[in-house]
Design a protein around this ligand. Structure first.
Ligand code: GDP
Ligand code: MG
Length: 437
């Protein structure tokens, strides 16, 4: 998916100690390809990478102390900017405030109408009324009633009336007479943009003059989402976009393009079929998600992918039998590394990013350790106690490290082995003793 690809692109960049113009270009090309693969319009993706490149050159990324970090920040800031900068709420002025839903059939209008009603109801200051204006399918009216019952919100409908304008007007009158201060109008959609649908929604819009007109779009429709958004915006000049079905492995392409093409903010996202699956859209969070940062779920998923359960069981047996050696240690390091860049991993832990900001976590933190272990003989790896001072010298030479570093690793490993043994034996008291030393 997009996240993985961008991650890979950034990884290439971070892996290099020094960044050359060539690998900035390479990375941007990778990022562009990833965006296009995620259905971002080619021109938008190209403009995006060009802007990042200009900014990168303007800020001397090539000579910066931490080029990878600077580049990540540039890409993230630019993504955030592209998706709208600050989060924007919906306009709830007016009494009642009238909110009109628009969008294709299946985009999630009815579901989102329910979610929004529930969201407003939970705010306590709003008493919402749902209005069924999909006059073509009786089942659609029933569907809204089911939703309304579920969340305890009244639904206004009239199966005898075939004119959605009249239904909307009657609903607003009903709201005024009965103390509803938010009216959410669910409308009919078609499978593709056509004139009849546009005329109908335009007529409702013209008659009731809603405070807020929302365009609901299925984020899984990719490139088409942009074309549909444009068609609806030309007719309605809507106020905001609702991006649905951003759960599962949905690609983020639509979020990136829509704002650029229609210049309207994305206000909410739908992340599931349940009434609670609604989130305010935060451009910076979306950028985080796309870049694979600050996302605990993906951290867990990645960790699960890489940590083979079988391997873990074997390891436990070895620890129990006191056979944990440097080869096992090396395996652990390699698994941690497979999970990705250390900084990225830490960045995914909420709060950790800030807390560890001052700390310099080198991507190559394990390099020296690995080199030292590689310079040991197989026997030394299983039984480190046989390493004498002349061997320490040889190992340090072979690994390009200092004897001090070799000593430090041996000491750390020794402590770790002791700790593991105690944890196995359940020796809590002994452990405390050791930690206090
Ligand atoms: P409408 O035709 O625009 O009114 O669309 P519906 O609200 O009837 O939704 C169409 C289908 O998409 C239904 O099966 C919904 O349950 C589903 N759906 C709507 N929003 C979401 C969402 O955010 N995530 C997921 N996974 N499904 C959704
Ligand atoms: Mg519907």
């Amino acid at each position: 998916n997009l996240s993985d690809k961008l991650d890979k692109a950034m990884h290439v960049l971070k892996g290099h100690g020094q960044i050359t113009e060539v690998n900035v270009a390479e990375t941007l090309k990778e990022i562009r390809r990833a965006l296009v693969d995620a259905d971002v319009n080619y021109k938008i993706a190209k403009d995006f990478t060009n802007t990042v490149k200009e900014k990168a050159l303007g800020q001397d990324v090539l000579t910066a102390l931490k080029p990878g970090q600077l580049m990540t920040k540039l890409v993230k800031d630019e993504l955030t900017e592209l998706m709208g900068g600050e989060a924007e709420g919906i306009n709830l002025s007016g009494n009642p405030s009238v909110i009109l839903m628009s969008g294709l059939q299946g985009s999630g209008k009815t579901t989102f109408s329910g979610k929004l009603a529930n969201f407003l109801k939970n705010k306590k200051t709003k008493k919402p009324l749902l209005v069924a204006c999909d006059v073509y399918r009786p089942a659609a009216i029933d569907q809204l009633h089911v939703v309304g019952d579920q969340i305890g919100v009244e639904v206004f409908s009239n199966k005898e009336e075939k004119d959605p304008v009249k239904i909307s007007e009657a609903a607003i009158a009903h709201a005024k007479a009965n103390g509803f201060n938010a009216v959410i109008i669910d409308t009919a959609g078609r499978l593709a943009v056509d004139q009849a649908m546009m005329n109908e929604i335009a007529a409702i819009h013209e008659a009731i003059k809603p405070q807020e007109t929302l365009f609901v779009v299925d984020s899984m429709t990719g490139q088409d989402a942009v074309n549909t958004a444009k068609a609806f915006n030309d007719v309605l000049n809507f106020d905001g976009v609702i991006l649905t079905k951003l759960d599962g492995d949905t690609r983020g392409g639509a979020a990136l393009s829509i704002k650029t093409v229609v210049d309207k903010p994305i206000k909410f996202i739908g992340t599931g079929e349940k009434m609670e699956a609604i989130d305010v859209f935060y451009p910076s969070r979306m950028a985080d998600r796309i870049l694979g940062m600050g996302d605990v779920v993906s951290l867990v998923e990645r960790a699960q992918e890489q940590f083979d359960e079988e391997e873990a069981r074997k390891l436990q047996k070895k620890i129990a039998k006191n056979q944990f050696g440097f080869d096992d240690f090396l395996k652990q390091i390699q698994q941690i590394k497979k999970m990705g860049n250390m900084k990225d991993l830490i960045g995914m832990i909420p709060g950790a990013g800030k807390a560890l900001k001052g700390l310099d976590i080198d991507d190559d933190a394990f390099k020296g350790i690995e080199a030292i272990i590689h310079s040991m003989t197989p026997d030394e790896r299983t039984q480190p106690s046989i390493i004498n001072s002349s061997r320490k010298k040889r190992i340090s030479k072979g690994s390009g490290t200092s004897v001090q570093e070799v000593n430090q690793l041996l000491k750390q490993f020794n402590q770790m082995s002791k700790m593991m043994k105690m944890m196995q034996g359940g020796g809590g008291a002994k452990m405390m003793q050791m930690m206090n030393q």
